[in-house]
Design a protein. Structure first.
Length: 263
């Protein structure tokens, strides 16, 4: 068999990426390119694919050692964003919210951001939500940063704070899953749920949050007086710097002013 040249190697890698819509690891791509043509030196395959990935805007590194075509990344992100936005804008019925009237999850983003700052959990915090960060893990409803102040004697590295708010009492598991995912790029992660969450669900959340280091906060379904109450304090974690930089790049692309304000 003849050896593959650089273009043939890169074409085969693209064909593999087209088939593997969910992404594929670097080592597996090398193996699949080399398998049918074993006479092609592995170093040649390695070099050709490395050049392809570095020079192509339509190939994205979605995790450590894992690559995916940008069109599939965008499709995953669109699905996640649509699901988040659908939940965030669902009205809370008057029967649920009492005499307050109809509310949505988004009504509590700004007040929780303020709560983080007022309680010294962040020096600056802003509502986010929507599609700002994209990605299959969605976007935190609130993003904050704890930075050293001028009067602080001990100067520490900035800490990223993420929060997932669910105003519908029946969705604690969804909120918990997202809050855990945010620990990939945040030092502290919160789940914020209504005080009307059932006792069974609240017990499970308390246990899960304690095990996984996620902060748990409850609130009243009252837009003007949500009365946020800490149930479980979040554990300080060391986020994965790959995901931190991925998050910041997405924020830079979608909300550059917000990035400057936070960081």
């Amino acid at each position: 068999m003849a050896k593959l040249n650089r273009k043939q190697i890169q074409d085969r890698a693209r064909q593999i990426l087209e088939v593997e819509s969910g992404g594929i690891r670097w080592g597996e791509i090398l193996k699949r390119v080399h398998g049918p043509d074993p006479e092609t030196p592995p170093n040649s395959i390695h070099g050709a694919i490395q050049v392809l990935f570095q020079s192509s805007d339509d190939i994205v590194k979605v995790a450590r050692g894992t690559y995916q075509l940008a069109k599939y990344v965008d499709a995953d992100a669109a699905d996640a964003v649509a699901a988040d936005e659908a939940i965030a804008t669902v009205p809370i019925s008057k029967a649920t919210a009492g005499a307050i009237g109809t509310l949505t999850e988004q009504d509590f983003y700004a007040s929780f951001a303020e709560w983080l700052v007022e309680n010294d959990e962040a020096t600056v915090a802003e509502p986010l939500g929507g599609s700002s960060l994209g990605g299959k893990w969605g976007t935190p409803d609130v993003l904050g940063v704890m930075k050293p102040r001028a009067q602080d004697i001990f100067r520490f590295e900035p800490q990223i704070i993420a929060a997932e708010i669910k105003a519908t009492p029946s969705q604690p598991v969804v909120a918990f899953g997202q809050a855990v995912a945010y620990r990939l790029f945040s030092h502290k992660s919160y789940i914020v749920v209504p005080r009307t969450t059932s006792s069974d669900d609240m017990s499970r959340l308390k246990s899960l949050c304690s095990i996984h280091g996620v902060g748990l906060v409850t609130f009243l379904l009252d837009k003007d007086a949500p009365d946020y109450l800490v149930i479980i304090l979040p554990a300080l974690a060391s986020p994965d710097m790959f995901y931190v930089n991925t998050m910041l790049e997405r924020l830079k692309s979608s909300e550059p002013k917000l990035l400057n304000k936070l960081f």
